[in-house]
Design a protein around this ligand. Structure first.
Ligand SMILES: [Zn+2]
Ligand SMILES: [Zn+2]
Length: 563
């Protein structure tokens, strides 16, 4: 950081914030606030001058203490006062100060009770209903915070895939049917995080003239450069192309360079010429009316837009939502879900699945109402009764067990062995250096069937922890332990970029919704997109398997690892 007036103001704000969190002397806190107000009316050069001439205390509201902080910060980009007041708290707590609905003392509450230290973690906790039962919070506050977080995120410029898709859906619903209007770029390719929502249209001028208002978009008349913003504040761009070129150009705009080059060379092999707008044989233009037609003409299996990351495969079977025979990882009101067990099971059954694996949080996860032995007995009874009535549909008894400090699972073996499957996940103590060791220990545990949200990342929020993926994947393959592809659009974890190589080497994955409500089951689609990106063969995705084969896998894992 270079020293500047805004940096100084921000530094003073941080000190003030942490003083408030620690409930320091109110006079001291007020002094910081007053000093910031005075300083903010200065110019950079003026402040520089005051510092150089050692005259900071001549500024109204700046006493000796604050002057010392400013001087030290100017030279070292930090200060003793700051280090003392922040102690071992994470700096990311400051993000929470941007929420008007959350005073510093309450931030301390969510940090100490739920371990929440950033905006993304708070958002995730709200989505998992963690604030509902926290003293001083509740359903209403939770909803308000979620709204505010959404606005803050929009102002930061990037948008999650799920939010971009919601906006796209809304646009579509407002356009006349069969208006040419297709997502391209990162959105078209279903990237996890998107900077600009890009759409391909036929004639930009007439499209904008006809539909802009309908879409709730406004061009600012003062600027020549067209930059559109959606009502949620996301950047948006229209790209246009002539009708005849529409399908080919869409493929072009949803292909990675590697994928596009593979299409060009496939064309050359058939003595065709492919450009971003057309396909030609000698000098004759070939009529291409859909993206499917283009792939067919090139003699290549159709790759949907999200699967255009790698060079095209001549033939390949892509996983689809319909090919899933069931899924694992769902929570009900037994732990931190918002729908009852019965509603969750009914919804799963209504999807036409053959099986459904419920997995509440385990006992240590107090913040998520993790299940004690007695709750488990109660839930199992309810599941047994449900299964009796609903055969051949089968509910599998699972758990999302916390991975404890040294990699142990969260129940004694005599309970673990009663589950049909166990998902082992890290939920606490993210900072530990030996994350890889903890996960490796969990992989080796005879009772772990799969590893949940392996990197802990929250998109646009929490960085993934650093892991030795190679070692973990190798061990998972050797022990037949499954790695989850978590479909929650805030996670999408394990990152698809690791999946292709790993699955080709034999890794098994499971496309898991981590649903906390009935609607959460629909998140599976995000996982299907990620698996297609990575060209994962359906045979490596265990929830495309029939029940019998699955149960065999789970018992094989236990035998193999116990040996
Ligand atoms: Zn989890
Ligand atoms: Zn979960």
């Amino acid at each position: 950081m270079t020293a500047s007036l805004p940096a100084v103001l921000e530094h003073l704000r941080s000190i003030q914030f942490f003083m408030e969190m620690r409930d320091e002397n109110p006079f001291k806190i007020r002094a910081f606030r007053a000093a910031r107000e005075e300083l903010s009316s200065l110019k950079d050069e003026q402040l520089n001058q005051f510092i150089k001439e050692n005259r900071l205390t001549e500024i109204k509201g700046v006493g000796k203490g604050i002057a010392a902080v400013i001087s030290e910060f100017w030279q070292t980009s930090t200060s003793t006062d700051f280090r003392n007041i922040i102690g071992d708290w994470p700096l990311s707590l400051l993000e929470l100060d941007e929420l008007s609905g959350l005073a510093p003392k309450r931030i301390r509450g969510v940090y100490e009770q739920l371990g929440i230290s950033s905006l993304a973690e708070l958002e995730y906790a709200c989505l998992e209903n963690r604030l509902v039962e926290l003293p001083g919070f509740g359903q209403k506050t939770q909803e308000k915070l979620l709204k505010e977080i959404e606005n803050l995120k929009a102002r930061r410029g990037k948008v999650l895939l799920c939010d971009a898709i919601d906006e796209t859906r809304e646009f579509r619903s407002r356009l006349p049917k069969d208006t040419p209007f297709e997502e391209v770029g990162d959105l078209g390719m279903r990237h996890e995080v998107i900077e600009t929502l890009e759409f391909l249209v036929e004639d930009k001028k007439s499209f904008e003239a006809k539909h802009l208002e309908k879409l709730g978009l406004k061009k600012s008349p003062s600027t020549r450069q067209v930059s559109l913003k959606t009502k949620h504040g996301h950047s948006l761009k229209f790209i246009h192309v002539a009708k005849a070129s529409f399908p080919i150009h869409r493929v072009f705009l949803t292909s990675s360079p590697e994928h596009w080059h593979s299409l060009e060379s496939a064309a050359r092999k058939k003595t065709l010429l492919l450009t971003a707008n057309e396909l030609k044989k000698s000098d004759r233009l070939l009529k291409i009316e859909s993206e499917q037609e283009l792939y067919a003409e090139l003699g290549i299996v159709y790759h949907p837009p999200e699967a255009r990351e790698y060079a095209a495969e001549k033939s390949f079977e892509f996983v689809s939502l319909e090919s899933l025979k069931g899924c694992f990882h769902a929570h009900s009101t037994y732990s931190d879900g918002s729908d009852s067990l019965k509603n969750m099971l009914d919804a799963a059954k209504a999807k036409g699945w053959d099986y459904f694996g419920i997995s509440e949080h385990s006992q240590t996860a107090f913040y998520a109402r993790g299940l004690k032995d007695a709750d488990l007995q109660k839930q199992w009874k309810e599941i047994d009764q449900y299964n009796k009535k609903s055969a051949p549909f089968r509910v599998l008894k699972g758990v999302e067990s916390d991975i404890l400090k040294e990699g142990e699972l969260d129940y004694p073996d005599k309970i673990l062995k009663e589950f049909d499957f166990v998902i082992a996940s890290i939920h606490q103590r993210y900072g530990l250096k030996e994350m890889t060791d903890r996960i490796l220990a969990a992989v080796r545990n005879p009772y772990s069937s799969m590893i949940g949200h392996i990197s802990g990342r929250l998109l646009l929020g929490r960085e993934p922890y650093r892991l030795n993926y190679e070692a973990i994947i190798r061990e998972a393959i050797a022990t037949h332990t499954v790695i989850e592809l978590n479909c929650n659009p805030h996670r999408l974890d394990m990152d698809w970029r690791y999946l292709r190589q790993a699955c080709e080497a034999g890794l098994l994955i499971s496309i898991n919704p981590d649903a906390h409500s009935v609607e959460g089951l629909d998140d599976l689609e995000f996982g299907v997109w990620m698996a297609r990106k990575a060209l994962v063969a359906p045979s490596q995705i265990i929830n495309t398997w029939p029940l019998k084969k699955l149960l065999e896998l789970f018992s094989k894992q236990r035998e193999k690892k116990a040996a």
